[in-house]
Design a protein around this ligand. Structure first.
Ligand SMILES: Nc1ncnc2c1ncn2[C@@H]1O[C@H](COP(=O)(O)OP(=O)(O)OP(=O)(O)O)[C@@H](O)[C@H]1O
Ligand SMILES: [Mg+2]
Length: 347
């Protein structure tokens, strides 16, 4: 089966303007060589700290701006070099749900019109009865009452508005949905409901999902695979149970150590990374993570590690994997990884 979305060596650099005349004085290396693919019916989560380039990847696959380099293939067609006109009929196939359900809905449109807009724009239906039927079905899908279509966005709670945003994304009958921090602004209990809804819809409709989140705890139960980003690069990609149960990159290990493990009385050691994330304008040479890595050695400061297989369907970019197994600290099982591995049924 061909992946529905395939991204190869994607780069997006933003110019940094400065000086008296606003000339370009540098580049923000926001996304600097990212590759991944998503199959139909699969969720890939993209996680990492603020500013590592997650939203930029999302916007790039949605073709919201031109790319600096790389390829994006949607359902077998290259879309990275398409003109706006060529792209128009394909836009239906990839839809987005953003973080803020308050600003992403037009306050002057009733829910019916918000949902009817993509249906007519993409030529999915034209007759009024047809449109109304589809709008009703969308309300059922996101579990909102049908008669709520006559209300305005401000009459809904945050969670309900996010359901409307999801319905609007589904209205276009997409193959892929990009969720950019789609639940981050919601209260804990509502967050869980929306995550469950997305998970159910995905299974029911066979959607592919790129789920962008800074929060590993949120993705743990709903994703199939996870890609971890650091300073514009993917440092590790694996199936969920392998990534949570046997992380193979020191950055993933540190991120995971901050995710609470629900085991009474268990003692787990939190890895506190030293320093701040370096600026994406001047990423460190060698491995970008070496300035904060607890295990960095000489080679890490000079040579950039490649993203290579460290297990089946498990890629990591770290020189530690070239060391003999006994000397590789990432292969040691800790209390937390052992617990997660047992919980998720990892080998
Ligand atoms: N339009 C832009 N012009 C210049 N720099 C930008 C632009 N958009 C993003 N950046 C920079 O690119 C880097 C990556 O930003 P991005 O929004 O993709 O990060 P993120 O991982 O989504 O962060 P967050 O978790 O805070 O949403 C940041 O340093 C950001 O300042
Ligand atoms: Mg973002």
């Amino acid at each position: 089966m061909n992946p529905i979305l395939q991204v190869s060596d994607l780069k997006k650099h933003f110019p940094v303007k400065g000086g008296l005349f606003g000339t370009t004085v540098g580049q923000v290396y926001a996304v600097d060589g990212v590759s991944f693919e998503i199959n139909r019916g699969e969720t890939l989560s993209l996680v990492g700290e603020s500013g590592c380039g997650k939203s930029t990847v999302g916007k790039a696959v949605l073709r919201l701006f031109p790319l600096t380099a790389g390829q994006v293939v949607l359902d077998g067609k290259r879309i990275d070099d398409m003109s706006a006109g060529e792209l128009r009929p394909l836009r239906r196939k990839i839809q987005v749900v953003f973080q803020d359900p308050f600003s992403s809905l037009n306050p002057r449109m009733k829910v019916r019109d918000i949902l009817a807009e993509p249906i007519t724009n993409f030529g999915i239906a034209t007759a009024k009865d047809d449109i109304d039927r589809r709008v009703g079905e969308l309300m059922d899908k996101v579990r909102l009452p049908r008669d709520a279509v006559n209300r305005w966005p401000h009459e809904f709670s945050g969670g309900q508005r996010q359901r409307i945003c999801i319905a609007r994304a589904l209205a276009a009958d997409p193959d892929v949905i990009v969720c950019d921090e789609a639940v981050s602004a919601l209260d804990v209990s509502v967050k869980a409901q929306i995550v469950n809804l997305l998970q159910d819809l995905q299974a029911e409709l066979g959607l592919a999902m790129l789920f962008i989140s800074h929060d590993l705890a949120i993705v743990e139960h709903m994703t199939h695979r996870v890609a971890v980003m650091y300073l514009g690069k993917i440092v590790e990609v694996a199936d969920k149970r392998d990534l949570f149960g046997a992380p193979r990159h020191p950055y993933t290990e540190a991120l995971l150590s901050a995710v609470p493990v629900m085991e009474p009385g268990a003692q787990f050691q939190r890895i506190i990374l030293k320093g701040d994330v370096p600026s994406p304008i001047r990423p460190p040479p060698g491995c970008r993570f070496h300035t904060r890595c607890p295990y960095a050695f000489e080679r890490c400061r000079k040579e950039e590690p490649k993203l290579v297989a460290t297990g089946s369907n498990h890629l990591a970019a770290c020189h530690l994997h070239d060391l003999p197994e006994a000397e590789n600290p990432l292969l040691k099982t800790t209390g937390a990884t052992a617990f997660r591995a047992a919980q998720l049924g990892a080998a």
